[in-house]
Design a protein. Structure first.
Length: 280
């Protein structure tokens, strides 16, 4: 006899399954894990559910969580019954009424529906980010640290450093162009409690090179604010053939010295060649 009764059990004529659970699992198979854990299924139902359990990770996980109930019920079953009162073990081991079981099934079904809705919202949010990403990237038309070009459309990566540089007022920027190397540097400076925050705009530099941005104090102290590599096409070259090489390079940096201690800023190569000197 099925603990669910009618068409909700594992009987051959029920809506839940047919025969030994062949084909796609029915909606009631997952909801039987509680009855199985409590030993409420008859032999045929238990055998059918075990066949489903072998291929269902969700039911296996639920069964593990319910496994702790069996020792508790066994311990309670051994407690002595009060006079004229059924034993606690007998009360706990009594089969639930069909109405109670139906209510439990409805509750489990609602929780599963909530989980499905939550998963749908998460997938929808992820899809929105994936679709929206390229739109944000195309909004930046210059000053990229990398990008691709093809045909008449060009997609450039968004560059927060360029945005900060553009939003820095002119009085907080210092510039210089070296007459020999033709490299131009503009450094936006912002005083912080911890020192100086800087953003370098570099133009007219060809690679391949490895460079450093060095802050030099009035006392001769030198601090490296940033380092980077320049690919062969270079940066900030108006006659370049790629959009990346035409665009300036923007680099964030920072040092611990105070603005009052700063004398000048140097852009150097790793092998010691000075590309440009910017007086402050």
């Amino acid at each position: 006899m099925s603990v669910y009764g009618g068409s909700q059990g594992f009987g051959t004529g029920g809506a839940g399954m047919s025969g030994p659970m062949m084909g796609s699992p029915g909606p009631n198979e997952h909801e039987t894990v509680g009855a199985y854990a409590l030993g409420l299924l008859d032999d045929a139902e238990a055998t059918a559910f075990e066949a489903h359990l072998a291929t269902c990770e969700w039911c296996a996980q639920q069964l593990d969580e319910l496994a702790g109930m069996e020792p508790m019920l066994a311990a309670l079953a051994d407690l002595p019954a009060a006079s004229g009162t059924p034993a606690i073990g007998e009360s706990l081991s009594a089969k639930p009424s069909p109405r109670l079981v139906n209510n439990l099934v409805d509750e489990v079904s609602e929780r599963r529906a909530q989980k499905r809705r939550k998963s749908f919202y998460m997938v929808a949010a992820a899809a929105a980010l994936i679709i929206g990403g390229p739109i944000v990237a195309m909004a930046t038309s210059g000053g990229s640290s990398g990008g691709t070009s093809g045909g008449g459309n060009q997609t450039l990566a968004a560059n927060p450093a360029k945005d900060l540089f553009d939003n820095t007022v002119a009085k907080d920027k210092v510039s210089a162009t070296d007459a020999t190397t033709k490299v131009s540097a503009t450094v936006a400076l912002q005083k912080k409690l911890w020192g100086i925050s800087s953003i370098l705009e570099l133009k007219g530099v060809k690679g391949p090179l490895k460079c450093t941005l060095i802050f030099v104090g009035k006392n001769g102290e030198r601090e490296t604010a940033a380092s980077w590599s320049v690919p062969a096409p270079g940066y900030g070259l108006p006659d370049a053939t790629t959009e990346q090489a035409k665009s300036p390079l923007y680099i964030n940096g920072g040092v611990s010295m105070d603005t009052s201690e700063l004398d000048h800023i140097e852009v150097m190569t790793f092998d010691g060649k000075k590309l440009v000197n910017v007086d402050v």
